[in-house]
Design a protein around this ligand. Structure first.
Ligand SMILES: [Zn+2]
Length: 398
C-alpha cells in the first residue's frame, strides 16, 4: 500500500522547518510546498522528522506481552536459559502469531517501520514460530516490514534434526540463516559455521549469528565467520549480533579484529546492555564497521525488560558508550536509522527525494534531545500513510 501525503512544517534531523511531499509512497520533494486540491496534509507542527526507526534484532515469536507476569527463576548460564525456555514454552500460552503481533504493534507505536526478528527453530517447536511470525508479517504489511532469521536457539548440530528444520524454514521464505555460539553451544565451530554458510549459499540467504562467546573464544569464532564471508563473497550480507568479545580482552587483538570486520563487510549489532561488556560503537564507526542495534527479547523467559522503543535503545547506546556531546549522540541515532538500514540492505531509506515515505515525528528540538529524552506521543508515517498519531496506532492500520 502506498499513498500520497504532504507532511508540512517538519524539521528533518532538527534542520530548519520544511515540507515533505510523498507521492505513491515515495518522497517526491522536500522544500516549501503548496498543497494541491485534495492532497492530504499532515501538519508536523515543527516536530523533528527522522526516517522510520530500524529494529535490527529482536525475537517476535516469544515475547510474553499481554500474558500474566512470568516469574523468572532460570539459572545463570546461557544453557540454563535455553533449556528453561524450551521447557516453559510447553506450559505457557505462547502463540507466536499473537505474541509477534502484540510485539510488532508496540514497536510500530514508537516509530519502528522495519524489524529483523530471529525466530526459534528447534526439534520441539519445529517451524511453528516461523509460520506464526509470517502470519503477522502479512497482517501488518502496511505498518511495518519484517525480515525473519531462522534461529537455532537450542543449537544446530547438537540436536539432530535441526538442520532439516532450518532448511524447511528457508523454503518457507525466511530471509536469513541464524547461528549461535559455534564453540560454546555446538562445541564444533567449524561444523556449525560450515553448515550455516552452506545453507546461506544454497538458498541465497544472508547470515546473522548470535555471538555471546567471551574474549579469545569469541575472537576465534569471529575469525572463522570472516573467513567464510570472504570465501563466499558475502560482504554486506553477514551480521554478528552482540559480539561481546569486542568489549573484552587484549586491545591489540580487538583493534585488529575490528579492522578485519570492516574490511570483510561484516556488520555488528549491539543492544548496549548495561550488564555485559560491549563493542565500543565509536571505535567501530571510526574503523568503518556498519553498526546497528536491537532490543533483543522483550519481556520473555530470558528477562523481564524492554519496551521495543528504538529511541530508548539509542539512549542506552549513549549511556553505555559515554556519549555526551551532541555530535556523538548523532552516532547513536545513525545506529538505529541508517546503520540498521545499511546492515539489513534496505532500499530507498532516508528523508531525501526518492526514498520511501517512512518517517517518525518527535517533539524534540534537536537530535541530541530526541536521543537523550526520547519524547513519547510520536506520529509515524509508513509509505505516505499516517499509521500512528500522537502515540496511538490508527485502527485503519489493522
Ligand atoms: Zn537475540
Amino acid at each position: 500500500m502506498a499513498d500520497d501525503l504532504l507532511v508540512s512544517n517538519v524539521r528533518p534531523y532538527g534542520a530548519e522547518p520544511t515540507d515533505i511531499l510523498i507521492r505513491a509512497g515515495h518522497i517526491a520533494a522536500v522544500g516549501m510546498i503548496t498543497p494541491t486540491a485534495g492532497m492530504p496534509v499532515l501538519d508536523g507542527m515543527g516536530k523533528l522528522a527522522l526516517p522510520g526507526l530500524v529494529e535490527a534484532h529482536t525475537h517476535l515469536d516469544k515475547s510474553l506481552l499481554g500474558l500474566p507476569w512470568y516469574r523468572n527463576e532460570a539459572g545463570e548460564r546461557l544453557i540454563d536459559k535455553i533449556e528453561n525456555e524450551r521447557a516453559v514454552r510447553k506450559t505457557l500460552p505462547i502463540d507466536p502469531a499473537r505474541q509477534s503481533r502484540r510485539h510488532a504493534m508496540l514497536a510500530v507505536s514508537h516509530g519502528t517501520t522495519f524489524i529483523r526478528s530471529h525466530v526459534d527453530v528447534d526439534t520441539d517447536c519445529g517451524v511453528s514460530g516461523i509460520e506464526g511470525v509470517m502470519a503477522t508479517r502479512e497482517a501488518l504489511a502496511d505498518l511495518v516490514a519484517i525480515d525473519l532469521v531462522a534461529f537455532p536457539q537450542s543449537g544446530l548440530l547438537v540436536r539432530p534434526g535441526t538442520v532439516e528444520l532450518m532448511e524447511q524454514a528457508l523454503r518457507l521464505g525466511t530471509e536469513t540463516v541464524g547461528g549461535l555460539d559455534p564453540c560454546a553451544i555446538d562445541r564444533d565451530p567449524k561444523g556449525h559455521l560450515d553448515t550455516v554458510f552452506a545453507l546461506a549459499e544454497r538458498f541465497g540467504r544472508n547470515v546473522d549469528i548470535h555471538l555471546h562467546e567471551p574474549g579469545e573464544m569469541g575472537l576465534f569464532s569471529m575469525e572463522l565467520i570472516i573467513e567464510r564471508t570472504r570465501a563466499l563473497g558475502m560482504a554486506g550480507r553477514v551480521m554478528i549480533s552482540h559480539a561481546f568479545c569486542l568489549g573484552m580482552g587484549d586491545h591489540g587483538s580487538v583493534d585488529a579484529m575490528i579492522h578485519a570486520l570492516a574490511d570483510a563487510g561484516v556488520a555488528i549489532m549491539t543492544t548496549a546492555p548495561a550488564s555485559r561488556p560491549v563493542p565500543a560503537v565509536t571505535q567501530l564507526a571510526r574503523a568503518g564497521v556498519v553498526v546497528c542495534a536491537g532490543s533483543d527479547g522483550i519481556r520473555d523467559t530470558w528477562g523481564p525488560y524492554g519496551n521495543a522503543d528504538m529511541l530508548e535503545r539509542e539512549m542506552f547506546i549513549g549511556l553505555r558508550n559515554n556519549l555526551r556531546r551532541d555530535d556523538d549522540l548523532r552516532i547513536a541515532l545513525d545506529i538505529v536509522t541508517t546503520g540498521g538500514a545499511t546492515a539489513l540492505g534496505l532500499p530507498d531509506y532516508g528523508l531525501t527525494p526518492g526514498c520511501g515515505g517512512d518517517m517518525v515525528l518527535v517533539a524534540a528540538e534537536t537530535v541530541a534531545e530526541a536521543v537523550a529524552q526520547r519524547p513519547g506521543m510520536r506520529t509515524v508515517v509508513k509509505r505516505g500513510r499516517v499509521i500512528v498519531r500522537d502515540g496511538e496506532v490508527r485502527p485503519a492500520g489493522l
